[in-house]
Design a protein around this ligand. Structure first.
Ligand SMILES: [Zn+2]
Length: 181
């Protein structure tokens, strides 16, 4: 069994964990008992499209996706301040009718929702203004996506029908499928 390293929620000591959610773990340093969750259970799904999540649940693979998000996407850390800023901003823009959520989600974990800009606007990520144009598609970008597209911010804005985008996404989706198996 492959062990993963997590932190004790009380004292922060490193603990080897067998990756089984829902089973209490006892810290060998301070003795406290806790349920492993580097990030709160609901918080893990911050970036995941509800339809994508429901699909994994239907297929009985939700645990796999949760694990992938925690350890491959979040790398055992919490969401960054910029990630949270993106989540808040895209909700604000949707509420204000500047963007609308499309009936599609990003091909790779954590399968964030894809939005389309209904008019010109901007995302404000901790004081950094990131403009978009009417008709642009907008999606949260995981570290892997950031690397592939050389992004400065955790957001990909552009034409997702574009050949280059499709090809890059195809490559990433394949890499992802390999890991999920
Ligand atoms: Zn402890």
């Amino acid at each position: 069994m492959k062990l993963q390293q997590i932190q004790c929620t009380s004292c922060g000591a490193p603990i080897e964990w067998d990756g089984k959610y829902g089973q209490p773990v006892k810290c060998t340093y301070c003795g406290s008992v806790f349920l492993p969750a580097v990030t709160g259970r609901e918080d893990v799904w911050l970036m995941t499209d509800v339809v994508a999540r429901a699909r994994y649940e239907f297929e009985g693979r939700l645990d796999k996706l949760e694990q992938d998000i925690r350890f491959e996407v979040m790398r055992g850390q919490d969401w960054s301040a910029l990630d949270r800023a993106y989540a808040a901003e895209i909700n604000r823009l949707e509420t204000e009718g500047v963007v609308r959520k499309l009936a599609t989600f990003w091909a790779i974990s954590p399968h964030p929702s894809v939005y389309r800009a209904l008019r010109d606007g901007e995302l404000n990520l901790k004081g950094n203004r990131i403009p978009f144009k009417k008709g642009d598609d907008i999606v949260w970008a995981c570290p892997m996506t950031r690397d592939r597209f050389n992004l400065d911010w955790p957001v990909l804005i552009g034409d997702f029908q574009d050949q280059r985008t499709q090809q890059l996404c195809g490559n990433m989706a394949n890499a992802m499928m390999g890991r999920m198996r």
